[in-house]
Structures are given as structure tokens and as C-alpha cells.
Design a protein around this ligand. Structure first.
Ligand SMILES: Cc1cc2nc3c(=O)[nH]c(=O)nc-3n(C[C@H](O)[C@H](O)[C@H](O)COP(=O)(O)OP(=O)(O)OC[C@H]3O[C@@H](n4cnc5c(N)ncnc54)[C@H](O)[C@@H]3O)c2cc1C
Length: 277
């Protein structure tokens, strides 16, 4: 993702962004060591540089994704450069994905659908509801997050968006409603403006409230090659790739690579059409 931000950041609508993250309770030593190992420009902040009530804070550089436009970028890339054909259809079961006899491999990326989709029915899958506000506050150019015992507050400027900033949020395990609530929007405004008062100077415009369901899974994401019996004489190769929770944008590229490597042997045996690259 860092490479993509450096080489194609403008078209992909992702950019490197300075970030500040604070915790109300000290994170574990293992977590701090892990962060210091992979985050660019990682620094631990002194007590005088972190908000009141927090025990720990760090600064680093990370990538920020304009999610709707990044998805459109991937769609155009796959369609125009790799000749991928898109079909929109609701499948009654995972077996239905093998209805074309020439299908060699199916990747199951059904997110929250994995809990009920016949043939998958993963009881470990559950939604984690979030609510966010889309705002306009062009003065904000850094990410700020605060992790509390029972809340998550974050401010994320959207790249290539004419000053849009995402304010959040909520992490409601097992809650499956897509409704938005005004009480939650008010709490988000109160928490984010306290954490980053620059939101109020010269001011911000709240454009919309959204809620969404993160496709979570007990034990983490499932990226796994399996075999599925289709009828008495035929088995299908099924690669599961779901359960990214709240990390689908940051981890999706790596998960896709792992899913594809799991069937490298099968893919190598499929004759390829001439690449359009
Ligand atoms: C509030 C909120 C905050 C988030 N914050 C972050 C963040 O900070 N960082 C980050 O990286 N990500 C974040 N995300 C992204 C999110 O958490 C997911 O990781 C991401 O959307 C996962 O994508 P996915 O493709 O696995 O699943 P989904 O986006 O749920 O896609 C699954 C697809 O499968 C389709 N499907 C399911 N069943 C069937 C069927 N029977 N037939 C046909 N199609 C089917 C669905 O229609 C859907 O299109 C956030 C999401 C929310 C809601």
C-alpha cells in the first residue's frame, strides 16, 4: 500500500498522512514493539504531548484511503488492464458459484454474508457496527485517534476529496443494524472536537452520517483453501477470503495475495488470455 501511495497515489486516491494515536490505558509491550517494527517515522510521545486522560501516545506516517474512490480505481484497473469481467448477482449458495462447469477456482469474499450463505455458514462470523460522519474541514491534514476502554474516536482526512474528513466512531460487536442515530452523531462531534479543536477553527460542515457493518470473525480473518463436493463425481476448489473486520482496506491487498498463492498450482495450469498490459 505504501508503494501504491508513492507510485499511483493520485489515481488510487490514497496518500501518506502524518498520524497521532493515543490510548487511555497503556497498550501491552508486545503491541508497542510490534508498532515500532512496522510503522514509518514511529515515535513515542512524551506525556506533555498527549491529551489529558491518556496514558500513551505515538506519532507515525501511515496511508489514508479515500475508500469509495479507491474501490473505483481498483474496478477500473481490473476491468481495463486485466480484462476482468464483473457480474452482479446474488448467489443462493456457494455451490452456485461453480454452476459453470469450466470454473476451476472460486474465491469466497462474501464478508458478513459468510455467516448465512449455504455451504459456508460460518458461525464465527459476526458484524461490528460503526457510525461515522462525513464532514468538510479542509484545514485538517493529519489523522488523530483515541482508543478508550469502551469507545473509539478518530479523525481521518480523505485524500483527493476537496477537504472531506471522516469523524468516528463506534465499534459495536454483534450489532447488525445499518440505521444511523442522532445521539451517536452528537457524541462523535463532541468527542472529535474535544480531541482536535482545530476542527472548529474556522469550522467544519457536517455533510452526512453513515453506518456500516464491519465483517468480523472470532479468531480473525479466514484465508484458506478448501475443497467442496459439488456432486458425486466433481469437487470444486474453494478459497475463503473473508472476515477482515475493520481492516479490509489496509489488509485486503495482502489477504488477496495469500488467497491467490494458495492456488498458485491450479492457476499455473490454466491457459491465460494474452495480457492487455
Ligand atoms: C464503520 C467502518 C469503519 C471501517 N474502518 C476501516 C479502517 O479503518 N480500515 C480498514 O482497512 N477498513 C475499514 N473498514 C472496512 C471494512 O471493515 C471491511 O474490512 C471491508 O469492507 C471488507 O471488505 P470485504 O470485501 O471483505 O467485505 P464486504 O465489503 O462486506 O463485501 C462482501 C461482498 O460480498 C457480497 N455478498 C455477500 N453474500 C453474497 C451472495 N450470497 N451473493 C453475492 N454476493 C454476496 C456483498 O454484497 C458484498 O458486496 C471499515 C468499515 C466500516 C463499516
Amino acid at each position: 500500500m505504501m508503494k501504491l501511495a508513492e507510485e499511483h497515489g493520485t489515481e488510487a486516491c490514497i496518500s501518506k498522512t502524518p498520524s497521532f494515536e493515543y490510548w487511555d490505558e497503556l497498550p501491552s509491550k508486545a503491541k508497542i514493539e510490534s508498532m515500532s517494527g512496522y510503522l514509518e517515522d514511529f515515535e513515542m510521545l512524551s506525556v506533555t504531548d498527549i491529551p489529558e486522560g491518556c496514558q500513551f501516545g505515538v506519532s507515525f506516517t501511515t496511508i489514508t484511503v479515500n475508500a469509495p474512490r479507491y474501490i473505483q480505481y481498483l474496478y477500473r484497473l481490473l476491468q481495463n488492464q486485466y480484462g476482468v469481467q464483473f457480474v452482479r448477482e446474488k448467489l443462493p449458495s456457494i455451490k452456485a458459484a461453480f454452476s459453470d462447469i469450466s470454473t476451476k477456482v472460486v474465491f469466497n469474499c462474501t464478508g458478513n454474508g459468510a455467516r448465512r450463505l449455504p455451504g459456508v455458514e460460518d458461525a464465527k462470523s459476526y458484524p461490528t457496527r460503526g457510525q461515522i460522519l462525513l464532514t468538510r474541514a479542509p484545514q485538517i491534514t493529519k489523522n488523530v485517534m483515541r482508543h478508550g476502554k469502551d469507545y473509539e474516536t478518530y479523525i481521518i482526512p480523505r485524500p483527493q476529496s476537496n477537504g472531506n474528513v471522516i469523524l468516528g466512531g463506534y465499534m459495536q460487536k454483534g450489532v447488525g443494524t445499518g440505521d444511523t442515530f442522532s445521539s451517536e452523531s452528537e457524541s462523535i462531534v463532541e468527542r472529535t472536537t474535544t480531541l482536535l479543536p482545530e476542527l472548529l477553527t474556522p469550522g467544519m460542515e457536517v455533510l452526512a452520517a453513515f453506518s456500516g457493518l464491519r465483517p468480523s470473525r472470532e479468531g480473525g480473518a479466514r484465508v484458506e483453501r478448501t475443497s467442496i463436493q459439488l456432486d458425486e463425481s466433481r469437487n470444486g476448489i474453494l478459497v475463503h477470503n473473508y472476515g477482515a473486520g475493520g481492516t479490509g482496506f489496509q489488509a485486503g491487498l495482502g489477504m488477496a495475495r495469500d488467497a491467490v498463492s494458495a492456488v498458485e498450482d491450479v492457476l499455473r495450469s490454466i491457459p491465460r488470455e494474452k495480457s492487455r498490459l
